[in-house]
Design a protein around this ligand. Structure first.
Ligand SMILES: [Zn+2]
Length: 473
């Protein structure tokens, strides 16, 4: 892939192409067919990393809105592809050649078709202005593969496995820089105006997502996961961003005066029933218990530990981060749990074979590590803890052993709980408040904040009677 891009760029260094937006000739740009070839290849990789969201009707709806805007763009003849990705990440991005992606994570926070159009319009702006190609020199491109245009890049961190960084060979993805982001906003606003959506929706969306980012840092801490935040392109709140207001105002002024289509009802109908937060296929953490439907297991982590359900592993971290407990899976273990544990920690170690909720298991307890191995359905589940120091580990020995002892096969009642949460659109009744709509919510203590955020009523708004609102079940 890298080689392909490098050779493409080298062959192009002598060529020129016209920039579709400015009309000027841009020296380092590649031809449209080469741009599309790169987009196609990267699209395959994106779809290997992220699952495409399973709802055909939602895909069709997003595609319909996207195609309508693309027709009004500076590159109306390009073949565009709009895809909803099955991830709670808050993100939208574009590849060269007309490939645009939006996550179900971001869709949960939008409240109208105009806001969806705003996100797609911004991404189309990156495509038409060819930011993906324009920004980098050949040397940079060879280094990072390609830059994916993104308004909301989730924070890349060393623990996360299946994020976009893998696609570009581990290079750090960043936004496009303030100037290109602003240009994408300006172009997006222009396309929205031409498609009869209110370009102010761009400012609304950025405001909603800024609130989401601010609150999510807190929620993530409570829920023991990484924050779902977008890249710090919008350092200031959009209300105070004069350049953004100017860009949108310009588009409004230049556009023909016609009625704006908001499409609140249409958008809410299209996203009704959509999965919210984790998808159960990766397992679900509720009240510090990890449930995995396909593996048919559950394990309860200590109450005040943070549980990180990462794509490649499950890690629980003690309150001050002095100890961590990781669960790994072995698909084809040999021997008994006791033998397995001895191979893992050394033959001289204290290993005790036992029965954990009807499953063959072994517990090991050494100065520098503690944990256990449980066999279930021909698989071995290894729970192993490490402390920053031996003393740290000693303080948590009981917690660690209790966690191993909590391991059990999923019950029918628990299987119900593993179902992913979904959005539901309801009509608010007189007296409804986000507080009372949050009673007994599966989102627990965070429910009220989530409901306000997804309904664009954060921090203190309440539903009005007769209005359509989203709840999570
Ligand atoms: Zn952008």
């Amino acid at each position: 892939m890298r080689f392909l891009i490098l050779s493409l760029l080298i062959s192009l260094l002598s060529g020129c192409a016209q920039n579709p937006v400015t009309g000027s000739t841009d020296f380092v740009m590649m031809s449209e067919s080469q741009e599309m070839a790169i987009g196609r290849q990267a699209d395959e990789q994106i779809k290997k990393q992220y699952k495409v969201y399973g709802s055909r009707s939602l895909q069709d709806y997003v595609n319909k809105v996207g195609q309508r805007i693309a027709k009004q763009s500076h590159r109306p003849d390009l073949q565009y592809h709009f895809t909803v990705l099955d991830t709670p990440d808050i993100n939208a991005f574009a590849l060269p050649g007309g490939y645009v992606y939006i996550t179900r994570g971001i869709l949960a926070y939008l409240n109208s078709e105009a806001e969806l159009a705003a996100v797609l319009g911004h991404e189309i702006g990156h495509v038409t202005a060819r930011h993906g190609v324009r920004q980098q020199s050949a040397a940079q491109a060879a280094n990072i593969g390609l830059t994916i245009a993104s308004i909301f890049v989730p924070e890349i961190n060393t623990m996360g496995g299946s994020n976009l960084a893998n696609i570009v060979g581990g290079a750090l993805l960043s936004g496009y820089g303030r100037d290109h982001e602003l240009e994408a906003d300006r172009l997006g606003a222009e396309y929205l105006t031409r498609t009869a959506y209110d370009p102010q929706a761009i400012i609304t969306v950025i405001g909603v997502l800024k609130n989401q980012e601010l609150k999510d840092a807190e929620l993530a801490k409570q829920e023991g996961r990484e924050p779902r935040r977008y890249h710090g392109v919008f350092a200031s709140h959009p209300d105070n961003d004069t350049r953004l207001h100017q860009a949108v105002g310009e588009a409004e002024k230049n556009g023909a005066a016609h009625a704006h289509f908001e499409g609140r009802r249409e958008f809410l109908a299209a996203t009704d029933g959509m999965i919210f937060n984790d998808n159960s296929e990766q397992g679900i953490v509720r009240n510090n218990t990890f449930y995995h439907d396909e593996l048919g297991i559950a394990v309860q982590f200590p109450k005040n530990w943070q549980v990180h359900n990462l794509p490649t592993s499950l890690v629980a971290v003690s309150p001050q981060g002095e100890a961590q407990l990781q669960m790994k899976l072995d698909e084809s273990p040999r021997g008994t749990p006791g033998e397995y544990a001895r191979r893992l920690v050394g033959s001289g170690a204290q290993v005790r074979s036992l029965d954990v909720n009807g499953l063959p298991a072994a517990i090991f307890d050494l100065p520098n590590t503690a944990g256990g191995v449980v066999f279930h359905n021909k698989r071995a589940f290894v729970l192993q803890a490490q402390g920053k120091t031996r003393n740290n580990l000693t303080a948590y020995r009981d917690d660690i052993i209790s966690t191993v002892r909590s391991f059990h096969a999923l019950s029918d009642e628990e299987r119900q709980r593993v179902k992913p949460l979904t959005l539901h659109v309801i009509t608010a009744r007189t007296g409804d408040t986000f507080a009372n709509l949050s009673h007994n919510s599966p989102l627990g203590l965070s429910a009220e904040s989530y409901l306000r955020l997804i309904n664009a009523r954060y921090p203190s708004g309440e539903p009005q009677a007769g209005q359509l609102i989203k709840v999570v079940r």
